[in-house]
Write a protein that binds this ligand. Structure first.
Ligand code: NA7
Length: 546
């Protein structure tokens, strides 16, 4: 397809994960020519890279999906409540083939820079392979967890066994971890999934824990035909619920407070019910106030700590696994059978909260001198989340302004989609979208981007830029929502990736919107319905004669 605007393409998308695929479909719908670059060798984005043992979603299958056409529902066929990495990657592959989008994607190609030219109103996108293409619309769709945190352990290169980083797990089928002495560094969602999966196959599994987390059972199960039919019948209802849930999950907020249910015994019973339903039912569906009221939070935290103590037989290990900070100040991982692992003969927990580690030829050594001989080390260190992927690219907007430098001062967007001074750049999935289940959030951002592009194309508008005041108003709102939570200061101190402080030297900035899609969507809908009053548009003629 030829660019309508005399450039190489009408649009360039970076990333072929959920948001990139969704954007390509939208661009196709509008009859715009598009090119998508992805560093991976196939579609999936984070679901292509994170092929570590045990990787699966912690969002339920019915909302970990795309939902822009009725046939997607008809053909929806996940097999588990929380789909595995392979299933999610296959799902996206099938969608790409279904809508003939593969031809638009250039795999194994990393984007190096994206520069906007004021005089030609074009973005030039260059790749590390030396490709340079021009386009009118630039759509970063790189998601929030694409850049792995780099390990900086002394001696890392000297290790003579097998070394894997979870988020760049090799594609080789031949990795055999059976009966090996495995060390896992990291106890976030990734580390929890790896630990649970590998404990039964390892000869010895050693988990190096710097900070304990509140791990909530996922309560995963296989989907039987009846469940699948129920989901398909109520798909709209499920998505309606997810859009109103603070974290984009199909869980109804209960309207109950811990103090208001008639005493601690009743509260305990409700926590237990949430625990048995799993993951976000416990976190978001049991009570409305654990993330608002310190007392309610303590009740939730005590409940989980009680579960840890009653599950883990060795009291010393149980205490090490009990977080001392408030529930939710870091993202609680979901995983079935995690705490039970520490009752196994072949599993041990090593507390490194006060003890640095280094890596030597045979394994891991703590600063206090203890040595752990290992055949395999797995790093599950997390991500440079939110802004990491965009900061890795040299993005320059109007007047050569660097996005990296702008965001180092303050992370600013309008509704997570536009940034003042970066005309025609539409972020599909990046910082400032609601925290939580990304497929639901990006459905909102991608369809709004499509509507805005349609408006521009239909009205011969060449550029869009958001007013600085509008961007400031949204950013201030995101910051105020975050600061109004008593969890904010704990998260910053704990080095949470919510604020970027898990990455040494990264300035603290709230990366996500904590008031949910139900509050984000009206900002975008109002904007569209009022004909984009917070945006300035220019025609081609205005660009040629400024
Ligand atoms: P997380 O949740 O950021 O967890 C990373 C883990 O790695 C965490 O336990 C960290 O300990 C640990 N870590 C990081 N650096 C070090 C060093 N230098 N030494 C020891 N331990 C370290 O990342 P995940 O990948 O598990 O999950 C991220 C999200 O991605 C997840 O919620 C899904 O949405 C997908 P710390 O806590 O910093 O002490």
């Amino acid at each position: 397809m030829i660019s309508k605007h005399g450039l190489d393409y009408d649009a360039v998308v970076i990333g072929a994960g959920f948001s990139g695929v969704r954007s390509l479909w939208e661009l196709n719908r509008l009859g715009l020519s598009a090119k998508c670059f992805d560093a991976a060798s196939d579609v999936g984005g984070t679901w292509w890279w994170n092929r570590y043992p045990g990787c699966r979603t912690d969002g339920e299958a019915w909302v970990y999906a795309l939902n822009f056409l009725p046939e997607l529902l008809e053909e929806w066929d996940f097999t588990e409540r929380y789909p595995s990495q392979q299933e999610v990657q296959w799902y996206l592959s099938r969608i790409v083939d279904r809508y003939d989008l593969r031809k638009n994607i250039e795999f194994d190609t990393e984007v190096k820079s994206a520069h906007y030219s004021d005089s030609s109103n074009a973005w030039t996108i260059t790749t590390t392979k030396g490709i340079a293409v021009t386009c009118r619309y630039f759509l970063p769709a790189m998601g929030i967890t694409s850049i792995p945190k780099r390990p900086s352990f002394p001696g890392l290169q000297s290790f003579q066994g097998e070394l894997y980083q979870a988020s760049t797990w090799p594609k080789a089928e031949s990795i055999d971890l059976q009966n090996k002495r495995i060390g896992v560094i990291g106890t976030g969602s990734t580390g929890v999934q790896i630990t649970t999966e590998l404990a039964p196959v390892a000869r010895q599994l050693t988990v190096f824990q710097r900070t304990p987390n509140y791990v909530i059972p996922a309560q995963n199960y296989r989907l039987d035909p009846q469940k699948i039919e129920d989901v398909k019948k109520d798909f709209d209802g499920i998505w309606h619920l997810a859009k109103r849930n603070l974290a984009g999950h199909a869980v109804k907020h209960s309207g109950k407070t811990v103090a208001g249910v008639g005493g601690p015994e009743k509260a305990q019973q409700l926590f237990e019910e949430g625990w048995n339903l799993g993951c976000y039912n416990f976190q978001l569906g049991t009570f409305d106030d654990p993330f608002i009221s310190p007392d309610a939070n303590k009740s939730a935290a005590d409940f989980v700590r009680g579960k840890i103590r009653s599950t883990v037989r060795d009291p010393g290990t149980a205490e090490l696994l009990c977080p001392k900070y408030p529930f939710g100040a870091r993202r609680p991982p979901c995983g079935d059978g995690y705490y039970e692992i520490f009752n196994r003969e072949n599993a041990q927990l090593v507390d490194i909260s006060c003890d640095g580690i280094d890596i030597y030829e045979q394994g891991i050594r703590t600063a206090s001198g203890a040595e752990y001989e290992l055949d395999v080390i797995i790093l599950a260190l997390g991500f440079d989340a939110g802004t990491g992927a965009m900061n890795q690219i040299d993005i320059r907007g109007s007047q050569d302004r660097s996005l990296n430098e702008s965001w180092a001062q303050r992370l600013e967007t309008f509704a997570g989609v536009l940034v003042h001074g970066y005309p025609n750049m539409f972020i599909v999935c990046g910082p400032h979208l609601p925290a939580g289940n990304q497929p639901v959030s990006l459905e909102v951002s991608a369809s709004w981007i499509g509507q805005t592009l349609e408006h521009m194309e239909n009205n011969a508008l060449a550029t869009i830029d958001v007013f600085n005041e509008a961007m400031d108003a949204w950013t201030t709102h995101v910051e105020q929502v975050w600061q109004s939570s008593f969890l904010a200061k704990h998260a910053e101190e704990l080095g949470s990736w919510f604020v970027g402080t898990n990455i040494p030297g990264k300035p603290a900035n709230i990366m996500f919107y904590f008031a949910g899609i139900g509050n984000l969507e009206p900002w975008l809908v109002k904007e569209r319905d009022a004909q984009w009053p917070s945006m300035t548009f220019r025609t081609d003629a205005e660009i040629l004669s400024p």
